[in-house]
Design a protein around this ligand. Structure first.
Ligand SMILES: Cc1ncc(COP(=O)(O)O)c(C=O)c1O
Length: 475
């Protein structure tokens, strides 16, 4: 095979050969955690079937898939649960389509995942954005405080649904009990984006789940923190019988008619595993993460906040996610990430100018945790500074709804010429990962000044390409 024929395969093979320490998704970390997983090894192609006779149908399950999904629902205490083969992304879109019609308003944190914006566009709904807090001492995004949620729910007009993220990408969770209960009182439907929290149910040391308070819909990605294969996910439903039909129909609308039975089998294996060993697996991950946190704080120049930190800011925290602040010790997160990868064969989940981010599950080992502590302890403390987070104090003016933007022609123009134009794509600087501009919003001189400064200082700025930004016609 020539190198240029298969750039992806070559890189994957090289990665596997290196056998790196993985502090990133997926949660299985490339290992067989229990013997049943081996069923899916060997010639994977032999298992690659879909809805042939006798194998049921994910779009109208009446046999093996119906039973398998029932087992999942009973494990999580849901009225019903659905397997997904296109990630939590598809569950979030289908959930939004179940509660929102054209013109309805939906409450969402400004830092929601891209799938939420996709849901807003496809349902032609109107987003009401809640701006999350930021921590300027660590240079990270926090979340929307519960008081802000409650007043937005109580004061909002024509709000039909809300979408709360539990946890966000940094592991931070708002008080979903308050949010769900207030929403129920106001007859607003709750969708919980729990893509990163499928393990919450299995340990008392972790934040509560949307399922604990019977949110109408909770969407989870077991591939992130548990054991299923990438792209597999599930959706738990706790609404009324009529709504159950609607969600089923909406899932069908956006799901392939050839769902991968390999992905579905990996979900079923995860359920079997979790029923028997879920608590043990998740507890192990939590303990390893605490070991890593203690070690990093004690033996390295870096700071890794924990539950008490999040509590002091008014949030719950998923301790199995680690934010390691490096910039206050004189190193950008991007630099530390590169050293870990190149010199120590350790892969992180993500890095930005201020921090590196690690995900730890029960599939990691104590040896791997000791490895990263040792690697990080080789850095010497220097004079550092936290890179300021790129945020604006107030929301931009909205000219068009997000879906209207997608009905118009667009062009990329130099950022400096863009004041007065309407933004097409989300523009998101990292840190902190909160959009400065979203589709349909008016670009001003202040936006351009901020974005130019961030780009000049090497911030990752999604939505800006070669100093250009996508805009649509104003008229
Ligand atoms: C907060 C959040 N929600 C939803 C998703 C989508 O999950 P999936 O990758 O399973 O589609 C992600 C993906 O990273 C995410 O970070």
């Amino acid at each position: 095979m020539f190198k240029e024929d298969a750039p992806l395969m070559n890189l994957l093979k090289e990665y596997v050969k290196k056998d790196p320490v993985r502090f990133h998704m997926p949660g299985h970390k490339g290992k067989f955690i229990f013997s049943l997983q081996k069923l899916l090894s060997g010639n994977l192609y032999k298992f690659d079937v879909t809805e042939i006779p006798g194998f049921d149908n994910l779009h109208q399950p009446e046999g093996i898939l119906k039973q398998s999904q029932r087992n999942l629902a009973s494990l999580y205490g849901a009225r019903s649960s659905f397997y997904l083969v296109n990630g939590a992304t598809s569950g979030i879109i289908a959930a939004m389509a179940s509660f929102l019609k054209e013109g309805d308003r939906v409450l969402v944190p400004r830092n929601s995942h891209r799938s939420v914006l996709n849901g807003i566009i496809l349902t032609k709904s109107e987003p009401v954005y809640l701006i999350p807090g930021v921590d300027t001492e660590l240079g990270i995004c926090l979340d929307v405080p519960e008081e802000k949620w409650v007043s937005a729910i109580e004061d909002g007009k024509n709000i039909k649904a809300l979408l709360v993220t539990n946890p966000n990408y940094n592991g931070i969770c708002p008080d979903i009990e308050k949010i769900i209960k207030t929403a129920r009182k106001m007859k607003i439907k709750t969708i919980v984006d729990e893509a990163h929290g499928p393990h919450f149910k299995f340990s008392k040391k972790l934040p509560p789940s949307g399922l604990d308070y019977k949110a109408e819909i909770t969407v989870q990605s077991p591939h992130k923190m548990l054991l299923s294969l990438t792209q597999s996910a599930w959706l738990h439903f706790n609404g009324s019988g009529k709504e159950e039909e609607v969600i089923r129909e909406n899932l069908s609308l956006i799901t392939s008619t050839s769902p991968s039975y390999i992905l579905i089998a990996s979900l079923e294996l995860a359920v079997i595993f979790l029923r028997k060993f879920g608590a043990k697996f998740v507890e192990k991950g939590v303990e390893l993460a605490e070991l890593a946190r203690r070690g990093i704080n004690r033996f390295t120049p870096f700071y890794c906040p924990g539950v008490d930190y999040a509590k002091s800011k008014g949030f719950f925290y998923d301790v199995s996610r680690l934010i390691v602040n490096t910039s206050s010790s004189g190193y950008s997160g991007l630099y530390v990430e590169k050293i870990l990868r190149k010199q120590y064969n350790i892969f992180t989940e993500y890095a930005d100018l201020n921090n590196i981010y690690l995900l730890i599950t029960g599939a990691n080992s104590k040896k791997e945790v000791l490895n990263i502590i040792k690697a990080l302890s080789t850095f010497r403390k220097k004079k550092g500074k936290i890179f300021p987070v790129g945020i604006l104090k107030k929301l931009p003016e909205r000219i068009l709804l997000p879906y209207e933007v997608f009905l118009r022609d667009f062009e990329y123009i130099p950022l400096k010429n863009s004041p007065g134009r309407i933004c097409r794509n989300p523009v998101i600087p990292y840190p902190p990962g909160i959009p400065v501009l979203n589709p349909g919003e008016l670009i001003t001189k202040e936006h351009v000044e901020l974005l130019e400064e961030l780009v000049a200082n090497n911030y990752i700025c999604q939505g800006i390409k070669n100093n250009c930004i996508a805009v649509v016609e104003n008229g």
